[in-house]
Ligand binder design. Structure first.
Ligand code: BES
Ligand code: MN
Ligand code: ZN
Length: 520
């Protein structure tokens, strides 16, 4: 829901926009393009940098206006970290975009050129900068009517990042690099992933009055246009399947439940077993009859962050034509208190046949996941399953907003996800599972109860989910601390982060696609 930003690649010789960002490495050593500009201006850039005590260190920046003999009116020098990782470069792209957005301009150039980089390394920099810029440009302003179509409004007040003030007139970002064609080709793949992240953010930000289970399913159905096969299961279909756990949660809402299934067939062999991604999609979680306190309840519009991530991931995989078979399945319900809502003490029968005593109607996410996970295994016989859910407040107590909680029955899978987390900055931290924890959800009235008592809340939730996994390598990610109400970073303005799309895309790319697909 941001102003669309066109990102193009051009040669270093191509004309620069009036606003141009030039990167500087430590000690104001510039790349060859910057050196050219400096020379053209008779050494003005270097003199200005020295006068401003600019040393090119990370996060330092200066603005040079109307340097002699240069066509671009404004040059921003931005310091960089030495020996940047790919992730550092993506974050730098976010900072570049933020610096540009603070100025009023509709096109800007960034020179992706640093002295320490080989030509191939410089292409990588160009592509990473573009990705970071695309991610940082996101803003949820769909309902800000005073900003609509406003490209000038200097009088509007925004935040220190140039967001929300109607000033971002930026329509085009030109990334200058020695190999523009190659960068454009590589960026195609990365921009598909960025699109997935932005979709996930949009879904999480959207308020629950607009995005109910049916509306969410409609948005999923629209993804057939990118080549996904989409199937939507309605209430009669869910009843027929026996999804009593999921339907129990939906009982209190006037808005009917849906399960949406997205399939991507990208593997060379149609037979290759799919990877399944399952998401919790509680469009709003009041807690039901076990109602949540009023303070902060509005955040529970984000209780579909797992489902949003799965949807964004499927868009990313389809967009970059990933060579993998993958299925995304999301359970969409609203958890409301009403005359028809389920009660504490109710016993429901899940699709697996196992019965559940619902002692707290606010522990609803696991009920939704239980049935969708059973369906995923029965219908797709997956190679592995990863579920994502804003499942427990306890995961915030344990890990804060820095890591998502990871639970798994498979060490190799857990290690692969940890590695993908380090590479993408979407970090996970493994927590234990075990018999003693499992016992905590035994019930005297049914096969299990849906809460495990005061302690180890995230673990007993994961144990509950594991009772619905049969001989399949499985990972559960508790994303309550990362998908929503998230902190600001260089590439995300906070609240809805789109967390997990880049993580899982990387996990797929690194381990589950044909190697000839080309190294990233
Ligand atoms: N959706 C919440 C978990 C949550 C909390 C997500 C904070 C995002 C931020 C979940 O459905 C829930 O209510 N969990 C309960 C479980 C409890 C009743 C066992 C919780 O965490 O308090
Ligand atoms: Mn809840
Ligand atoms: Zn919930």
């Amino acid at each position: 829901m941001s102003q669309p930003l066109e990102i193009r690649f051009a040669s270093l010789a191509a004309q620069l926009s009036p606003t141009t960002v030039v990167l500087a490495a430590s000690g104001p050593l510039f790349g060859s393009k910057a050196a050219d500009l400096d020379e053209q201006s008779g050494g003005f850039l270097m003199r200005a940098a020295a006068a401003a005590d600019f040393s090119g260190k990370a996060r330092q920046s200066i603005e040079i206006l109307v340097a002699p003999k240069l066509a671009c009116a404004r040059i921003l020098l931005l310091g960089t970290t030495p020996k940047m990782t790919d992730l550092d470069k993506v974050h730098l792209g976010g900072r570049v975009l933020a610096a540009i957005r603070q100025r009023k301009c509709d096109a800007a150039s960034v020179v992706a050129d640093l002295p320490e980089l080989s030509e191939a390394g410089a292409v990588g920099l160009a592509v990473a900068l573009a990705e970071g810029a695309a991610l940082r440009n996101y803003e949820f302003n769909r309902y800000r009517t005073t900003l609509r179509g406003d490209a000038t409004g200097g009088e509007k007040s925004g935040d220190e990042n140039g967001n929300g003030d109607g000033r971002s007139a930026l329509k085009t970002l030109i990334v200058h690099t020695a190999r523009p064609e190659q960068a454009a080709e590589l960026y195609c793949q990365r921009s598909a992933v960025a699109e997935g992240v932005l979709l996930a953010r949009d879904l999480v930000n959207e308020p629950a009055n607009i995005l109910g289970p049916v509306e969410f399913a409609d948005r999923v159905a629209a993804l057939t246009k990118v080549g996904l096969d989409v199937e939507i299961l309605d209430v009669p279909a869910l009843e027929k399947l026996g999804m009593g756990a999921l339907l129990g949660v939906a009982m209190g809402s006037a808005r009917p439940a849906r399960v949406a299934i997205m399939q991507w067939h990208g593997a060379k062999s149609k037979r290759s077993k799919p990877l399944c991604f399952v998401g919790k999609g509680v469009v709003f979680d009041t807690g039901g009859i076990s109602m949540k306190p009023a303070a902060g309840m509005e955040d529970m519009k984000g209780d579909m962050g797992g489902a949003a991530c799965v949807t964004g991931l499927m868009l990313a995989l389809a967009g970059r034509k990933a060579q993998v078979n993958a299925v995304g399945l999301i359970g969409l319900v609203e958890n409301m208190p009403s005359a028809t809502a389920q009660r504490p003490g109710d016993i429901v029968t899940s699709m697996s046949g196992q019965t559940i005593e619902v002692l707290n109607t606010d522990a609803e996410g696991r009920l939704v996941l239980a049935d969708v996970l059973t369906y995923a295994q029965e219908h797709f016989k997956p190679r592995l399953i990863i579920d994502l859910a804003t499942l427990t407040g306890a995961i915030l107590v344990a890990l804060g907003k820095e890591h998502a909680g990871l639970f798994s029955n498979d060490d190799k899978l857990a290690a692969e996800l940890s590695a993908a987390g380090e590479a993408t900055g979407e970090k996970v931290w493994r927590l234990p599972l075990g018999k003693a924890y499992d016992k905590m959800i035994d019930s005297k009235n049914a096969d299990m109860k849906n809460i495990g008592g005061r302690f180890a809340g995230s673990i007993t939730a994961a144990q509950f989910i594991q009772r619905f996994i049969k001989d399949t390598p499985w990972v559960h990610l508790d994303v309550a601390g990362t998908a929503m109400d998230s902190n600001r970073t260089d590439i995300s303005q906070g609240w809805a982060s789109g967390w997990g799309v880049r993580l899982l895309d990387r996990f797929v790319a690194d381990g589950y696609e044909k190697p000839e697909k080309g190294e990233k």
